[in-house]
Design a protein around this ligand. Structure first.
Ligand code: NAD
Length: 347
């Protein structure tokens, strides 16, 4: 267990949605449960956002946009940098909660989250140093290009790397002067909801970042169908991406999708076999194999195949499976029973 933080600190809490700088209940007071994938016990109850809550969040973001777009790049950089610094201070707490809700080993989550403050630093630096262009055009004309924010942007995230995926969407969106409505995964929304406190403490104006937890079919659909949304950025399964891209196409809403995928890893006979086996096991088994870049196919040169497979099997057998919050655990549970049933069909 982490020295300072343990799962008891989060157990039994009720997490609200974050709209206009305040933690508020759902309009109809609905709640849903978030479960510990390790033993299916309830971690916390979460406000269940629906169409009315999405509407409130979008209205709050629209109001905030009128002011946020006028904030200078230097001021935006300062706020974003402060958010990053506060995020960094909260790493231990967030890593425990991330591990608890995703079932991913605490050692993985500590390593993954420790890199995220870099995104805040990077975009603060981009804001301070970015150049725009004056373009030669013709006698009597002065042509220049300038990047403008889009407006209210929807950020929809999956459960497998909740804060990682969110950070790489959120920070550039804010840096560019957009306001956001975030719809985290219903399976793991808790760390995302905690970011509201960080945003307030960093001085992010109210309404610039709104978080509406809830289910894809309800909150997600309401968000993606709303014509006030200037852009949708979604990471999730391929089928989800197709549905959302269809809606975006129909409304001519800009969209970025990062969807399901698997990777091939190639091994040649000039490799150091032990290092290569470590890399192969990491690629295949991180997050219990539930990632979009999982090294699902290993292509090994025939001359070293036997040695490689022999060492690979030994290494896989040595993986320590157990409680995600035990620092010795190398692999935790799958996220849900549904996911386990899907996996069983692969064997
Ligand atoms: P998911 O598709 O079930 O859900 C992703 C998000 O979309 C959730 O917030 C969900 O509530 C929402 N959603 C679902 N249906 C929706 C709808 N009809 N309208 C609007 N929103 C909807 O995916 P998941 O199980 O949370 O995540 C795992 C998937 O994400 C895997 O397929 C994985 O490969 C993929 N992934 C991709 C990347 C990448 O960068 N390409 C990164 C991480 C995960």
């Amino acid at each position: 267990m982490s020295k300072q933080f343990s799962k008891d600190m989060f157990q039994g809490k009720t997490y609200k949605m974050f709209i206009d700088g305040e933690y508020v209940p759902a309009e109809d007071n609905a709640l849903f449960s978030v479960e510990d994938p390790f033993d299916s016990s309830e971690i916390a109850k979460v406000a269940e956002g629906k169409k009315a809550d999405i509407d409130l969040a979008i209205r709050s973001a629209e109001r905030a946009f009128n002011e946020w777009k006028k904030v200078t790049k230097a001021e935006r950089a300062e706020i974003i940098e402060k958010m990053g610094a506060l995020f960094e201070k909260s790493l231990d707490r967030l890593a425990v909660l991330e591990s608890y809700q995703t079932g991913r080993p605490i050692r993985e989550m500590k390593a993954q989250l420790s890199r995220l403050p870099e995104w805040f630093k990077y975009y603060a630096a981009v804001l301070r140093t970015m150049e725009e262009h004056v373009r030669p055009f013709g006698e009597g004309y002065h042509a220049f290009s300038s990047r403008m924010p889009l407006g209210v942007v929807a950020l929809i995230t999956p459960w497998n790397h909740p804060l990682l995926i969110l950070t790489k969407k959120l920070v550039p969106a804010l840096a560019a002067g957009n306001c956001v409505v975030i719809k985290p995964s219903e399976l793991a929304p808790l760390t995302t909801i905690e970011l509201g406190e960080i945003a307030n403490a960093a001085g992010l104006p109210k309404g610039v970042m709104n978080i509406v937890p809830g289910f894809g079919k309800e909150a997600g659909v309401a968000l993606t169908k709303d014509k006030r949304i200037a852009k949708i950025d979604v990471t999730g399964g391929t089928e989800t991406g197709k549905v959302i891209a269809g809606i975006a196409g129909n409304n001519l809403t800009k969209i970025s999708c990062e969807l399901g995928g698997k990777a091939s890893v190639l091994f040649f006979d000039d490799m150091d076999v032990d290092r290569a086996v470590n890399a192969a096991v990491f690629a295949a088994y991180i997050a219990a194999g539930q990632t979009c870049v999982q090294g699902a196919r290993l292509l090994v040169q025939q001359s070293v195949y036997a040695e490689f497979i022999d060492k690979l099997v030994q290494k896989v057998k040595s993986i320590k499976i157990g409680n995600p919050l035990d620092p010795n655990t190398q692999m935790g549970p799958l996220i849900s029973e549904n996911q386990r049933n899907i996996m069983k069909r692969y064997t």
